[in-house]
Design a protein around this ligand. Structure first.
Ligand SMILES: [Zn+2]
Length: 250
């Protein structure tokens, strides 16, 4: 670890919940980020600044002018460029001691499973249910900790799943079918920092897990920004879940 890295990590090293061993685990850790939009930009920034050793970013979208209000890694000059590639450049600048990799192709189930198996934790901040279900199934199969976030209007949500899916519910236990109301920000609007709050909380959960290898109880946090309120709900495992019900037998 370079002396710059030691200085960067000083406040983590002083922290009982991280300390030198925890920071080393963070430096040895790998995180996969699905989507580098409003949520992903915030999560990625803190994962990188905190020294997560390898950050893989999966996003095939390009920067659009309507993204700039909340997707804070991008500048007007980036319009038209691939988000994942710009994010890699910005994050590498933010912390030259880590490795950041862009994946700009839509991944098949097999390709995604292969990538998920290589990382310690998956952060899903994507904008569609098809991908969320695909990511969930790969995390259940590979027994990886899944941190899932979404934001729309003045509402955000955050949930953690796994990595022991014999006992933990999965994303499909929470959402049996696509809930179109959560689908995207385009038609509904979103207050710019709300995805930033959710992405930042996802980074907190990822760092706690990487530092201590201890997963939180599967639960859903609902953020009502209009009322400045959080609600926490326990997520129940569905007995007939198509993804995790028989994960112990797979
Ligand atoms: Zn399930």
């Amino acid at each position: 670890m370079s002396s710059d890295a030691l200085s960067r990590d000083a406040r983590h090293l002083a922290l009982a919940q991280v300390g030198p061993a925890g920071q080393q685990s963070i430096a040895d850790g790998a995180a996969l980020l699905i989507g580098v939009g409003g949520i992903g930009c915030a999560a990625a920034t803190y994962l990188a600044s905190s020294g997560v050793g390898h950050i893989l970013i999966c996003d095939f979208d390009t920067v659009d002018a309507t993204n700039l209000g909340r997707q804070v890694l991008y500048r007007p000059a980036d319009i038209g460029a691939l988000k994942a590639e710009i994010a890699v450049a910005r994050l590498s600048e933010l912390n030259p001691d880590i490795r950041v990799t862009a994946m700009t192709e839509r991944l098949s189930d097999d390709a995604l499973s292969e990538v998920v198996a290589q990382v310690d934790v998956v952060l899903d901040g994507c904008d569609n249910f098809a991908t969320r279900f695909q990511v969930n199934d790969a995390c259940v199969a590979a027994r990886r900790y899944l941190i899932s976030g979404a934001a729309i209007r003045l509402e955000g949500q955050l949930a953690v799943f796994g990595p022991d899916y014999d006992t933990s519910p999965c994303y499909r236990c929470l959402y049996a079918e696509a809930d179109e109301s959560l689908e995207n920000c385009a038609g509904n609007g979103v207050l710019a920092p709300v995805p930033g709050v959710i992405g930042t909380m996802m980074a907190v959960e990822a760092l706690k897990y990487l530092a201590n290898n201890t997963a939180g109880d599967a639960r859903l946090q609902l953020y009502d920004a209009a009322a400045m309120e959080f609600r926490s709900l326990k997520i129940k495992k569905r007995t007939n879940c198509p993804s995790c019900a028989s994960s112990s037998e797979k």
